[in-house]
Design a protein around this ligand. Sequence first.
Ligand SMILES: [Zn+2]
Length: 199
Amino acid sequence: MSTDVLVLNRNFYAIHITNWRRALSLLYLDHARVVDEEYRTYNFTDWKEMSKLIENHPSGYVHTPGFRIAIPDVISLKIYGRIPVSEVKFTRRNIYEHYSYLCCYCGKRFATHDLNLEHVVPKSRGGQSSWDNIVTSCVECNLEKGDRLPKEAGMKLLIQPTRPTWKGPQSLVLHSPFKVKASWQHFIDNIYWNSELEK
Ligand SMILES: [Zn+2]
């Protein structure tokens, strides 16, 4: 049996692909959780229980004398390994994370699809796409501000643009050829969020 399991880090970034043996051992040792398509996580005991209920699991099951356990499609690590210290990449995901999914103008929290990246000094005025000039804003504030400076629009930034100091894992290592399973898709979609934006 060779069943690939997608490994996410604690922030649900796809970082690795492993085999089912390693995945189940990480789960059993409580170093990892199973992640389902609704982003729910399960520890070993929960997953064992869930496995009783899952019919026709596409990746199959591992049978032991006492029970059967479904082979997870996706697991997330509970702990970080060694983290290479590097500058926080200027990516959509990191920008959203940096501002905690808040609109920097009205201060309310939004779902990712209701947030925009906003140039404080508009591009048309020479504003750069950089940590110092990009904030997150909701659609409404974005429209209200338009192509103006906050002052001109009579708006105030509740959260000032800053450069993040947090240095965590931002890598998405999916270099080797692999077969994408349907259940991996929205984790792979992270590529959209994690690729470095053009400056
Ligand atoms: Zn807003």
